[in-house]
Design a protein around this ligand. Structure first.
Ligand code: CP3
Length: 342
């Protein structure tokens, strides 16, 4: 079978049209997903390979996206250390042990690990691969950047101001580094095992690195991502970084050992491409625009694809995950436009 348009673009090749997939493409904007969620909790869905398979395939079946992403979450990896997040409707991820101090966390991550705790993810990948091979749709595996995962571990839930993390950066950098180093080692093993089970590209989600100033970003987020990507370099599959709100940090991010840089809507993809022609860029429709205004989202998409039409190595995506209330017809209009380009 010929190489998929997504993998061609990841190799910085010119494609007849940009490949398209959406971050969070398997999720609550899909009625078939909401239907399953009436029966099963998010934890059940992510921990049961047959359900993860079903949900991973839903957006592929409905929209024929050019790549599929494993249905899981960046907050599954703490289970490797015996730490389980629960996901409460309206609250988001939540640690039941709210008294866990920074020191407790550092000690826990140093001492406790079970490499088999994530086996259900690998089983899901094997099931998904079997199905996707029928349509030659590539599967993207992923993890959170160690700093982003640490943000949730330290705050123990979603946060608006990340005050506990900021406190750790200033007052307990050693404990924070212990947490980040252990998460980094676990992430390398986790992603290598995902690759062994058949994922064809890897994306690291660095959602919260942008709360740090440039100096701290390098020390607490960038350096650990660098270590992960360097460890995966010999696997010879596309490595993608997605970093939100970090347009001022591109001179660093674009020097990671990666092939694809995912950017949000504050970045100008064409000018990035002219500065870094060897790098592939992925993005960057604003998911709020997609939710609110189909015509404006379509106009943005047409303009971006037109600007990029002579460039190799461009992957169309959102600048962040799709929002749960996004109308299906808005997604359909974007997919239809991209697939019609030739
Ligand atoms: O992209 C995909 O379709 C693959 C699966 C995926 C999910 N989360 C499924 C999910 C991926 C790649 C993620 C990444 C993720 N998870 C990130 C990084 C990207 C980003 O969005 O910034 C972060 C920060 C998380 C942590 C997380 N998971 C939060 C804060 C929440 C609750 C709030 C929310 O957005 O729903 C989740 C839950 C979650 N992860 C859901 C899904 C489909 C919703 C669960 C439900 O069905 O109720």
């Amino acid at each position: 079978m010929s190489e998929s348009i997504f993998l061609q673009a990841c190799s910085n090749k010119k494609t007849s049209r940009p490949p398209i997939w959406f971050m969070r493409q398997a999720g609550r904007y899909l009625p078939e997903y909401r239907e399953l969620r009436k029966k099963y909790s998010f934890e059940e869905m992510t921990h049961t390979p047959e359900l993860a398979l079903k949900v991973t395939l839903q957006p592929i079946e409905r929209f024929q996206f050019d790549a599929s992403i494993l249905y899981s979450d960046i907050l599954i990896i703490p289970e490797y250390f015996g730490i389980h997040f629960s996901f409460k409707g309206g609250v988001g991820p939540y640690l039941s042990d709210q008294s866990l101090s920074l020191k407790d966390l550092a000690n826990c991550l140093k001492q406790h690990h079970d490499p088999h705790a994530l086996n259900f993810v690998y089983s899901a990948i094997s099931l998904i691969k079997k199905e996707l091979s029928k349509t030659n749709t590539p599967l993207i595996g992923f993890a959170g950047s160690p700093f982003t995962v640490a943000c949730y571990l330290i705050e123990k839930q979603s946060s608006k101001d990340f005050s506990k993390v900021s406190h750790a950066v200033t007052h307990s950098p050693d404990d924070l580094h212990t947490i980040l180093s252990n998460l980094t080692e676990a992430t390398i093993l986790y992603l290598k095992t995902q690759i062994k089970h058949g994922v064809q590209a890897i994306q690291l989600f660095d959602t919260w690195g942008s709360i740090l100033n440039e100096h701290d970003y390098i020390e607490f987020s960038y350096n650990y991502m660098h270590k992960i990507f360097s460890a995966l370099k010999d696997e010879n599959i596309p490595l993608i970084v997605y970093s939100k709100n970090t347009s001022q940090l591109h001179s660093h991010l674009c020097h990671l050992p990666i092939s694809v840089c995912g950017v949000d809507w504050n970045s100008d993809i064409l000018s990035l491409k002219s500065r870094y022609p060897d790098l592939v860029f992925q993005g960057n429709l604003n998911p709020h625009l997609l939710l609110e205004n189909k015509d404006e989202a379509l106009a943005y998409t047409k303009n971006l694809c037109n600007e990029m039409k002579d460039q190799p190595g461009f992957i169309f995506n959102l600048g962040h995950g799709i929002l749960p209330k996004t109308p299906l017809e808005h997604v359909a209009a974007i997919v239809e436009h991209i697939k019609g380009i030739n």
